[in-house]
Unconditional design. Sequence first.
Length: 315
Amino acid sequence: MKKKISIIVPTYNEEDSLPYLYDRLNVLMNEMKEYDFEILFVNDGSKDNTLELVKQYRENDKRYCYIDFSRNFGKEISMMAGLDYATGDCLIFIDADLQDPPELIPVLVKYWEEGYDDVYARRRSRNGETFLKKFTSKMYYRVLQKLTKIEIQTDTGDFRLLDRRCVNALKKLRETQRNTKSMFSWIGYKKKEVLYDRDARIAGKTKWSYMKLIDLAIDGITSFTTSPLRLATWVAIPTFIILIIYFVYIVIKAVVIQTFVQAYQAIILLILFFSGIQILLFGIIGEYLGRIFKETKHRPLYLINEYNGKKEMNE
Ligand code: UDP
Ligand code: MG
């Protein structure tokens, strides 16, 4: 029996990139004849011809599969659907825009055969990305690592191979605000790093705006650690120390020199000080409250319109 490799491609408006990807995946599958393949496209509510292209690929070759979402749910959720629907012995996430070179897949598979469960590709370089994006992404990983005890792999995207048991583990993590990268770290298992040069996107435009990236960054931090909540304590301790010193100072001044403090000045300062702290802390609490709210709704993570041509009833 041949082992089966599932390749998951989250796709959102990728009609320009898909033909290139299709060619390179076909070359790859021809070179790796000792394996069975399943290429699973997750069409994340594309508004262009992506779905038609994918259907066409399936017509020609049944190894190509697709899930069509009922709307755009975002890349993280597309990856979840990939985890749910993949049937292979291992699973590989790859971007549709060929920024993750499919030619690296044999290397990932080689390490998998050697017994590694989670073989992830780490960027040695990133072509075609702005300095600002590279810089912010680097800083983000630094901050995230400082905030948490679990080790985070820097400079890794989602391009990686996961053994079936990692897939099964990840399927159990069904939170709605997903930060898949931190989940890969969380599940543990035997990990192996492979270095590669990240190419520029082959066609089309990036789907990420800075707003979306900031959203993702905040989600990443709050889903991974509750240390921002501890900020409350850190702010509160010095505040109380200042308060006590100030109180002692006023009492001594009143008793010893027998003068009066200008009350309105002190009051204004104190009001500003404490309302500032309160707003900050409310913000942080709100952040977590929002997450609890979303989690307690227990909605399905995604809705599927069609799976390999069959209408989904979503029962
Ligand atoms: N993607 C998706 N849903 C989205 C946005 C992006 O499935 O809402 C897919 C996209 O088609 C691509 C991958 O996620 O295959 C990475 O997106 P992109 O290349 O735009 O991100 P970048 O490489 O610029 O970080
Ligand atoms: Mg890209």
